[in-house]
Design a protein around this ligand. Structure first.
Ligand code: GUN
Length: 285
């Protein structure tokens, strides 16, 4: 059996077309949605992410602005900038690109963003709201995965979902969202003893470990839905996920490719959260 490959690019295109219409409606009513992105330091990968976010904003009609700070910036200076953006009526979403330099306290930074502008969903209030099942903004990567599962009519309630990875950005919020939809959730890490014992029992397997092709065909149940969040560059320049796509595709029911799977959905959900933030200001939702 060969799996149904979930085309994240196609789903993202479809969702972005809907978002463009919502942005146009807002703009016609004198409210152009606006996103501010803060980036500290010179990390090349972070800069590429930010460039892609800015490009995606302009494609759907969201105003965006980038605030660059050097690596040795004081945390207080970034917090002053966040304070100004919190009060800026043209900005509806604020995102601080991670990772931050070592001398920063990421939780303190996230908590200085106004909850109603926290489009990344990383403010401790939004994290808590996720635990109780009533989010203001859901973190973008797991939110995008939930949309993909929904679009493909993949059942969640009563299913066994296994999350490999426990990051604040993906693993923990993903597990909570699946739990909220009625899945039985197991959280593993790349260091879990006998990892295959868990993954082989997963109806839905989500992997976010940053370890290239660590999930092999033998570790997957026949017909399972396999979602690969990893993006790893091999020494030969090739981009691969955390799942061995070529072999797992022969056994899974659904699988996301890398690139072109989860990645395009993450930025789409950032756009979605920003438009939602602007709609709340205008009283549309
Ligand atoms: N760095 C890697 N992923 C993310 C993300 O989703 N949001 C932010 N702010 N930084 C990131």
């Amino acid at each position: 059996m060969s799996a149904n490959v979930i085309d994240g690019k196609a789903i993202a295109k479809e969702v972005r077309a809907e978002l463009k219409v919502r942005a146009e409606i807002l703009e016609k009513n004198g409210l152009k949605p606006g996103l501010a992105v803060i980036i500290v330091g010179d990390d090349p990968a972070a800069k590429i992410y930010v460039r892609n976010k800015v490009k995606a904003c302009s494609e759907v009609g969201i105003h965006s602005e980038v605030h660059n700070f050097p690596e040795d910036t004081l945390q207080d200076d970034v917090q002053c900038c966040i304070q100004e953006l919190n009060e800026n009526p043209f900005i509806h979403g604020i995102l601080v690109q991670l990772p931050l330099p070592q001398h920063f306290d990421a939780n303190r930074i996230m908590t200085s963003i106004a909850v109603e502008k926290d489009v990344d969903g990383f403010h401790l209030y939004n994290v808590g709201a996720l635990v109780t099942g009533n989010t203001v903004f859901s973190p973008c990567t797991p939110h995008g995965i939930m949309i993909m599962l929904n679009k493909k009519h993949i059942p969640i309630e009563g299913q066994h979902a296994v999350m490999v990875g426990r990051s604040n950005i993906v693993g923990k919020p993903m597990a909570l969202m699946l739990l909220e939809k009625g899945a039985t959730v197991t959280i593993c890490t790349s260091k879990t003893r006998d990892l295959a014992m868990y993954t082989k029992n997963a109806d839905i397997l989500v992997v976010a470990t940053g370890r290239p092709r660590m999930i092999s065909k033998e570790m997957v149940k026949s017909g399972a839905t396999v979602i690969d969040v990893g993006i790893n560059r091999l020494p030969d320049g090739k981009l691969v996920g955390d799942v061995d796509f070529a072999s797992v595709k022969e056994k899974a029911g659904f699988i996301t490719p890398v690139p072109g799977g989860v990645g395009p959905m993450t930025i789409t959900m950032l756009l979605c959260n920003t438009i939602e933030a602007a709609e709340r200001v205008y009283g549309v939702i």
